[in-house]
Design a protein around this ligand. Structure first.
Ligand code: SF4
Length: 203
């Protein structure tokens, strides 16, 4: 899919998303839903990166991965020899949730509601070859069973994209934060980089 076609899909989607009020508890506390408005994708390998949910900076700007989470994402992309221009960037849940408690959002159904309403549309429109999830909430939003990753991952309603995963830098475990300090040499990232490079060479 060309960058122009991706833009044709993405811009109306962002327009519709801006009006979404399906999660009353989140609508009260958000400034706006977050949506990636500048698709400029390199169609050689279609990679969709899915984060967890917007923080305060993203909520204020209406864009994913700005502010505090910008540097870890850019470090991750650099380690994979990618840039923001190479990927489709989104979040599992599009509205800011004060105090971000993924188990509460799961229990209240907001993650599933947002997946069914928006994330699935984005995936169908972009038809990624690789889905790269950052953080467990993102992973859960596209997979059926996260208990035995990577062997048992089956994408919900998706026939074939590769699913790659990496922990979120602000997760509960300090070792996840540490992994971002030397991310280019992280064994998992080295494997992912090889895989992405080989797909690029095939296309
Ligand atoms: S979280 Fe998603 S489904 Fe819920 S109100 Fe926001 S955009 Fe709509």
């Amino acid at each position: 899919m060309s960058a122009e076609k991706i833009a044709m899909v993405s811009r109306p989607l962002c327009g519709d998303l801006a009006k979404c009020k399906r999660c009353p508890a989140l609508v009260q506390g958000r400034t706006q839903p977050v949506c990636w408005r500048e698709p400029n994708s390199n169609p050689k390998v279609r990679i969709m990166v899915i984060g967890e949910g917007p923080g305060r900076d993203e909520d204020a700007e209406g864009k994913p991965f700005v502010g505090d989470c910008s540097d870890p994402l850019d470090a991750l992309l650099e380690a994979l020899r990618l840039s923001r221009e190479d990927i489709y960037l989104t979040n599992a849940i599009k509205c800011f949730a004060p105090g971000w408690k993924s188990h509460t959002l799961e229990a209240q159904g907001e993650i599933e509601t947002c997946r069914r309403t928006w994330l699935s549309q984005e995936i169908i429109a972009f038809t990624p070859q690789i889905i790269f999830t950052i953080g467990k909430t993102a992973l859960k939003s596209v997979s059926v069973d996260t208990t035995d990753w990577p062997r048992k991952f089956v994408l919900k309603n998706l026939p074939w994209p590769l699913l790659l995963h990496f922990p979120h830098p602000s997760g509960r475990h300090p070792k996840n934060r540490k992994r971002y300090q030397n991310i280019a040499n992280d064994p998992l990232i080295v494997q992912y980089r090889r895989l992405i490079d080989s797909l690029r060479n095939l296309s």
